[in-house]
Design a protein around this ligand. Structure first.
Ligand code: SAH
Length: 363
């Protein structure tokens, strides 16, 4: 039994079953045993790989995207570049290198990182040494001040959500309790959570409160102070019912209650709801666009070609494989499952990569 599992069992015995959001929050962020608090989970040796870890082109294209956005904002002399959940710092490092293409942009930037993990903060500091002197923040609100460009790749999927199941007695909350042997198991809460939603029996409704609050805070800020936020994650463009909680360890799926604190625990992002709350919070919404279409519109194919033409055959193969993995459709590629959503100040023109994707309400 992992140290965290023992603690969860004690907690449930003392205080009763946990909501799914409490379970997720403890698994990922428990100060001593939380998944992100204790390790570097990325790459071939770790549990999973993200886009910036697959190819430097991902961050470079986002760096150029940010530079174009800064220009469209009227090239303010001071602007915060904020990253939520920066992982190893690879995306920020690649963005900053590419940001130098536009004179004045790099000088206008200050770098702000929202990161809860002390282990990852150390790695981010090492990755960015000599390139930036980032300031770290615990909370998103503290990172936002004045005009901003916010980037978040695979951050919203780590924010805890609650789940509700449609039963013969109506909606009941899905909870984490104990089985007879003292292990963790899913069960149902008794009370009616007051959800006025029709759905077939067995449907699961997910309530991503933390992600919605995050998006609302970003939207209110860019609407008031200027700038934009770019959110990239896996999930659906349309809302629907379903249990999307998943645990990943050593590049494979495991049962979500199986290894608390030892596996990454994530959910799919409901981009329709994120877009709606951003609109209601006063921002213009661009997308969601599929990641593949977005990166190709930013010039991924041309960038890959240019890099490959100057590389050794082995390097060229890696570059082309990276391009393909980031853009491939289907369940194995990241081109369609991953979506890109931007929230921006209303006065900004169509943002690069999004020309064809606007919500109908704004047309
Ligand atoms: N963006 C990176 C890492 C994604 S993993 C990449 O693409 O490679 C999720 C990141 O978010 C990790 O850095 C994790 O420590 C951080 N994180 C997760 N939940 C958080 C929270 N509630 N507050 C701050 N950081 C969080």
């Amino acid at each position: 039994m992992s140290a965290l599992q023992a603690e969860l069992v004690r907690l449930i015995r003392a205080e009763g079953p946990l909501s799914v959001s409490s379970y997720m929050a403890l698994c990922l962020g428990h100060p001593a045993h939380g998944y992100y608090m204790t390790r570097d989970p990325f790459g071939a040796q770790g549990d999973f790989t993200t886009s910036p870890e697959i190819s430097q082109m991902f961050g470079e294209l986002l760096g150029v995207w940010a530079a174009q956005l800064w220009q469209a904002m009227g090239a303010p002399s001071a602007i915060r570049l904020v990253e939520l959940g920066p992982g190893r710092g690879t995306l920020m490092a690649d963005m900053l290198r590419a940001a130098r293409v536009l004179p004045g942009f790099r000088e206008a930037l200050s770098v702000h990182l929202v990161e809860m993990s002390p282990v990852l903060r150390d790695i981010q500091a090492q990755t960015l040494a000599g390139q930036a002197q980032p300031l770290w923040h615990e909370r998103i609100e503290d990172a936002l001040d004045g005009p901003v460009i916010v980037i978040a790749n695979e951050f919203l999927d780590a924010l805890p959500l609650d789940q509700f199941v449609m039963t013969a007695q109506g909606w009941r909350e899905r909870l984490v309790g104990l089985d007879d042997a003292g292990g963790l198991r899913f069960g149902l809460g008794g009370s009616d959570p007051g959800l006025a939603l029709a759905a077939p029996l067995g449907s699961v409704f997910e309530q991503p409160r933390a992600a919605l609050e995050c998006v609302a805070a970003l939207a209110r800020h860019v609407a008031a102070a200027g700038g934009a936020a770019l959110l990239i994650d896996y999930g659906a463009a349309q809302s629907g019912f379903g249990d999307t909680l998943q645990a990943v360890k050593r590049h494979g799926f495991v049962a979500p209650l199986n290894s608390p604190g030892e596996a990454d625990l994530t959910v799919h992002v409901d981009f329709a709801r994120m877009g709606e709350i951003a609109l209601r919070s006063g921002a213009a919404v661009h997308g969601p666009a599929p990641q593949g279409a977005f990166l190709l519109a930013l010039g991924l194919a041309e960038r890959a070609q240019a890099l490959a033409s100057r590389a050794t055959p082995a390097q060229a193969q890696t570059i082309i494989a990276g391009r393909d993995r980031l853009t491939a459709p289907g369940s194995t590629g990241m081109g369609e499952l991953f979506k890109v959503l931007a929230l921006a100040h209303k006065d900004l023109p169509a943002l690069p990569g999004f020309d064809l994707h606007r919500l109908p309400e704004q047309a």
